[in-house]
Design a protein. Sequence first.
Lengths: 283, 576
Amino acid sequence: MPQGFIITKWTDDQGLIVEYKYPEEIEVDLDDMMRVFYAHVVGAGSSGNVLVRLEKAHSNVSSHFTGMGTGTPYLINLMLDLGEDPDMFGEAIIKEINEKILEFLYEIEKNIDKKFSIIEKLRGYMKNSLFLFERLKNMSKEQRISQIYSSEKGRAILQILQERARSKRELVNLLEDKLGKIISNIEFTLDPFTKTNLVKQDWVEGLSDVFLFLLNDFTLSRKPVNRLIENARKNLPNDFLAKTYLDAVMEFFSTYKPNVDDSASLALSMLNPDKYDFISLFR
Amino acid sequence: MKRRDFIILFYFMLISSVIPLLIQSSYVTNINYSNNNKDLEDPRTSKVIAGTKEWLNNTGFNSTEDWYYSRVSDESNPDFYANISSDTANFIVTGDKKVFSDINGTPSYSDWFPEKKPGSSIFPDRYEINQYGLNASHEYWEGTDDNIYGVRGNQTRNRPTVLWKRVIEMPVDMSDYIITSANLTFVLNGSANTNVETPKDNLTGNNPTAAEYDHVKYYVQLSNLEDKDRYDAISYQPRDLGFGDLDASLDSPNNGSISNITDTTISAESEEVLVFYLNRILEYDNRNFTIFLGIDIDVEDNYGQADRDTYYSLLIKTCNLTFTYEKIIDKYTSVSWNQDGDKISDLSNDTIVINDANLNFKYKIDSNWTSNTSSLNSEIKILINGNPHAETIKLTKANSTYQEAKIGGFDVTSLITDDVNISLQVYIADEFILDHNITISIDNASLMISYTIITQDVLVGGNGGGGGTTIIRGADYTLLVIGLTAGIIALVTFFGAYQIHYKYPPIVRKVRKLRKKIKKGRKAKPLIIEKRKNLIKNQYEKNVKILEFEAINEAIKSQKIDKIKKIKKKNKKGDI
């Protein structure tokens, strides 16, 4: 389970300082934070995400850096346990959380008079995010499939394996070529594929590497809810609502065409446990 | 195990377990019908008639009627014979003892014929059979003139021999007999001149020399007819015949004096050895053997000057050979008194059940078996229809008074079939010698058979007899068995099919089938693969189909609304 958030920023005079953290009790080793900072700034020092292993702190750190070119270079560090990987929760979720936290930080900068209340909101958000991570450990099969679809990496893997079976090494190389970034741990990325029985790993006699076989394929799209439509035809819950609903559905589906962007946002909604609960209730 | 092997094994096990059931079930429904075919249609009650009967005739052996004997023996000289006399049936083991004494007294020229000993080249100067016996005379003379028997002197006639041969023919085939005792003696005498150099003499003359000295040997030999084995039964070499010193220069026939051996009886040293020789030579030819009476003369040239050695008479006066021989009773021989009884089915045409069969008889023996024979295993056996009853009576238990073969009798029920053929047999289990007959007698033979006849009851008022009949048929389980079998087969087939084929999802089955075809090199139907895009499209369209109804509904609705509007317009104008 993620240990917490540590938000640091780079200042010219003081160097790297810890701005905020949640929970408050979380221990911060400045040396470790510097190590994370260095991992970001090696090279161009541009914005991006890194994953750093901290032996002393017994943690993995999934860190997002806003970049040296921004006004205030912030680092949003999600402290994970050693066995955890950000891919377990989905890069889309983490990206959304990072973006939201940054919104809070920029708002604090703009509205210094409301700093205290915004910080409270930020803490509340970080707390809910940690709770969300906890809930994300018990995803349903649908959610895991959505997790795959929501991430660019997942969609890329699906596309590659749709062509034909690949060895793991081959897959990693193709992914790195396609996405333009290093794939550090493919196992975590493949975890939802194997858990949902989409992909089977097997060894072919005579070859050294394990092969990945796509057993099942999927797609995400919207469809009308049969139960609600039938109820609406019976003028339930009432005539007005039933008519309004039917008209809205007709109008929507008359123009709706499934596409990747819509399906990706759909996947994100499915991943969100609260939204998923509502979707399940509606179905 | 391959799938096909599994299927074959499975069906084999199923069939082998079910078919016996089917067969058995069909028999369950059958019943034993009586001979009367009418009963097949018309069940009736059955009646039982119990009875006991003495099955043997002439149980007291009053005559030979109903009984006959058989034996297993060498028919050229059987060891048994059997008779019925004085109201008993007898088994006679024929022993025998004979004495041979054909060779006795003075040999006669009609019986004995001279011949040379094998390897020998010369006879003595004289040899003959006269009233005194078998005689040989010989003079060894080295001079140039004739010896006293008119034979020119020379140095070659050193070892003359003569045999008189007699061939004996036995009155019986000796393979059936064994010689148990024997005696051989002969009486001889001789006379010679003291010019003979005996071991006891002092040699005087030119260059006296001696190795074996001058000597003679009287002997008896036994041989088989073909002379394959010749045994020296007796031999005698007198040391004193010709004893007396005589200078070699005194070589005239008138010189020297006469040395005699008087009648001397010589017997075979060992009776056992003699018996052995006789049995041995009679093995080759069971009827004939040869006896030889022989005289060997052996003279040496003992001096440098002319040597004269004179044997005036060497006489075998008499020869006696006697031996006793007794009959050999062969092992594994037998003699039986037999009766072929009535068949069981002669009692009735109906079903007959034999409840009990009891055989008994009395037996005795006229001399003690143990002391007269060495056969401990010989016995009286009971055979019914050629099958021996397990219990027997050892002949060692028989005595001179009648006793029951078994108190209570022998239970021979299991041996009774429809035939009832009885044999009471004396069986010789060991070889032994018997010098006289032994008779085993039996009397009061009895075979009591108790039986039950199951017959049909005769109807009252019809043909007479008892009431109706119920034959209880066994329940017919055939249909049930067939049904169960079919059910088992169906279940197992279903289970097997599921395990082998249907448990796999359809697509997997398809792939397996395809793989099989590829393995066997057969052409496979191409798999229809739908494009991903089309699959998604079809699935989506299926899911939104529910809205088509609404669309139609809406269209119909709007058409209806337009119609109503038109009607309303018309009404206003007053067209209707």
